[in-house]
Design a binder for this molecule. Structure first.
Ligand SMILES: [Zn+2]
Length: 412
């Protein structure tokens, strides 16, 4: 049973979320939307205004009323409560500071070692993140932002988390389970004064889609195809496995047992066939030699550009990537039938050709009546979504608006 403080915190968050989602909303409409009494709304809203999560405004934006009287609207307070999102990715490491609630971007800071060259050694990431975080915070507070406070830090990484044993593994970052365990321990020791969440990037991007597309009650799958392939599955608005990335490994579903060896040790995995890292090996013999000789890797964007030039090998590559995607989705639909499948990541540059081929494939699944209700769409801009998703997940799951600055380490 939920205790009084938990119910209060849930209601505070529901109000905060609804105001951020609507951008401007009256108390009366808020009460109606959330099914809470006006006195309850009033009490909780006053607390959120006092804590500077919300403020009042007479500017309704587009929400005019017909009464002629100018009512007071509630709007999110910006520039006070920030969330820092640290990205530990193979292509680079950085921290984005964003507004809690709205996810609006504030500042981008690179995480670098003393040589200023980024860091090659991932085992020192906790120290470097702490130093970058402290420097950025003190620079902001010594400037003209004395009201700012950091609600929490999200660390978003490429890999898979094991919340029970407090460890993670990351092939792209070259971190083993043992190293991942030590890195999490160091992180916990270095950030004892802060609420810290360690999350997986695909889960955050999926959560970002859920927030920005208002999919809170829906069943959907977010599939990210980039260097590797990952997914997050959302059932009635709940992400399976939380933000640990441990509930599904769709990139390693076997599509061809006789296929090439995968980074996981298996053969013919979806990502070993159609993940970006596998493309060069897969299509090198088919590319024109003058193009092949100038490359060491091949991206989805390269394939899209060559297909635009009318080169047949590139067209065939797009078809094959779409066919493999459709095979993976077909397997997914047999296990868990979402209403919506969002495709995100670098693969989205393949655009309409890719989508048409996927559609064609899925339409052939007549015997799977479930497939007919699945809609497949392209997702939004990954870099924005991952920040919004990480901060939103953190606020929804680990921050108490009744006691917002309580420290703690949360994995997944
Ligand atoms: Zn694999």
């Amino acid at each position: 049973m939920k205790t009084q403080p938990i119910i209060k915190n849930d209601n505070l968050k529901a109000i905060y979320r609804a105001v951020c989602r609507n951008k401007a909303i009256s108390r009366a409409r808020l009460a109606k939307e959330l099914g809470l009494s006006k006195p309850t709304i009033s009490l909780l809203v006053d607390e959120l205004i006092r804590e500077r999560f919300l403020r009042e405004s007479s500017d309704a934006g587009e929400q005019n009323t017909r009464t002629g009287r100018r009512p007071t609207y509630l709007v999110p307070q910006e520039g006070v409560h920030l969330i820092a999102v640290a990205h530990w990715k193979s292509e680079g490491r950085w921290i984005d500071f964003i507004n809690a609630g709205t996810g609006k971007f504030v500042e981008h800071v690179m995480i670098e070692d003393s040589s200023g060259n980024g860091c090659a050694d991932c085992s020192i990431l906790p120290e470097l993140t702490r130093r970058t975080f402290d420097e950025a915070c003190s620079r902001r507070s010594s400037g003209k932002k004395p009201k700012e406070r950091i609600l929490g830090l999200c660390i978003v990484l490429e890999g898979m988390l094991d919340p029970e044993r407090k460890r993670f593994v990351s092939t792209p970052l070259g971190i083993s389970w043992e190293e991942g365990e030590k890195i999490l321990l160091d992180t916990e020791n270095l950030f004892r004064d802060l609420c810290v969440g360690i999350f997986v990037d695909t889960a955050c991007t999926g959560y970002g889609e859920m927030i920005t597309q208002h999919l809170e009650e829906r069943d959907f799958a977010y599939i990210n195809m980039g260097e590797g392939i990952g997914a997050s599955l959302v059932l009635h608005g709940k992400m399976l496995g939380g933000a640990s990335g441990a509930a599904t490994q769709l990139g390693h579903i076997c599509l061809d047992p006789d296929g090439p060896k995968c980074r996981c040790g298996g053969y013919g995995c979806f990502e070993a066939l159609s993940g970006e890292y596998a493309l060069y090996e897969r299509y090198r013999e088919k590319m024109p030699p003058e193009f092949r000789d100038a490359l060491t890797r091949l991206t989805y964007a390269d394939i899209a550009a060559h297909a635009e030039l009318g080169e047949q090998w590139a067209d065939e590559a797009i078809s094959e990537i779409a066919d493999n995607f459709a095979k993976a989705v077909r397997n997914l639909i047999t296990l868990f039938c979402p209403e919506l499948i969002i495709i995100g990541g670098d693969v989205t540059v393949l655009g309409q050709r890719f989508m048409d081929r996927v559609e064609e494939n899925l339409n052939r699944l007549d015997f799977l009546f479930m497939a007919s209700k699945v809609k497949t769409v392209l997702g939004g801009e990954t870099d924005l979504l991952v920040d919004i998703g990480a901060a939103g997940y953190m606020t929804d799951h680990y921050i108490s608006l009744a006691d917002p600055y309580r420290p703690g380490l949360h994995i997944g």
